[in-house]
Design a protein around this ligand. Sequence first.
Ligand code: RIB
Ligand code: CA
Length: 313
Amino acid sequence: MSQKRRIIIDTDPGQDDAVAIMLALGSPELEVTGITAVAGNVPLKLTEKNARKICELAGRPEIKVYAGAVRPLMRHLVTAEEVHGKTGLNGPELPEPRMKLQDEHAVDFIVRTLMHEESGTITLCPLGPLTNIALALIREPKIAPRIKEIVLMGGGFFEGGNVTPAAEFNIYVDPHAADIVLRSGVPIVMMPLDVTHKALTSAKRTQAIRALGTRVGEATAQMLEFFERFDEEKYGTDGGPLHDPCVIAYLLKPDLFKGRSCNVTVETASELTMGMTVIDWWGVTKRPKNALVMRHIDSDGFFALLTERLGRL
Ligand code: RIB
Ligand code: CA
């Protein structure tokens, strides 16, 4: 096999984050160099614990988990217990983690890794608010040209927002961090709601995961059955959008996705549209094309890949 692709997953688990992490851990093409937790769906003390629970569920207690920012750069933390439950990982009963949290701060880990490892060999995969990534870029601007790519879940345009009519949760929670990342010059691949809302769970797809007959399969099915109810009620769909695993699936099978390079600019002033990602899909401005924005997904192919890889854990 060719060289494994080395990734750092920055995350606010969250059931969909959990599935993304397990997809990565079940894929031999990837090396998870570290997992950095950020405040988002639930407060940091829960997101870092949930990240460790997921690593142990996946049978990978050696993965290094770091705690990062406890709140956004400028704004108060907004969480999403109504979607993810009080623990952030409602659904399965998972034991308290035994693996230790790393002492090093997540931002220091990101900077140290990018400065020490060969330039262009580390991909950042943010699945939550971009606070840790922005702080790393501020702490050491020299990391920007050394980052191979940032593949992130966040934003929305044709689909609108999910936390306000204009903004998607990850960007809304820390729009200033998103602005720093979008202006960083680092190659960005963006998975907005426009594509993740087409990666819908369903009873059939969840049943295929449960039919794996493993602890991971059962726990994942329970996570999805809890997680999907909120969006099913809100959107009247059969199933909920599996946002974060789209990031990992792109690394494994980019052809599952279709999109185009666009300018993406984020609102950081107006309270009405705070956190809105203004995506110039039709190229009507001369603003630089700073992100490859995905809009379409082969959802059957996505779920087939996900189920097969979860089956390896
Ligand atoms: O808006 C969806 C995003 O917000 C996902 O990453 C979900 O986990 C939450 O963080
Ligand atoms: Ca997330």
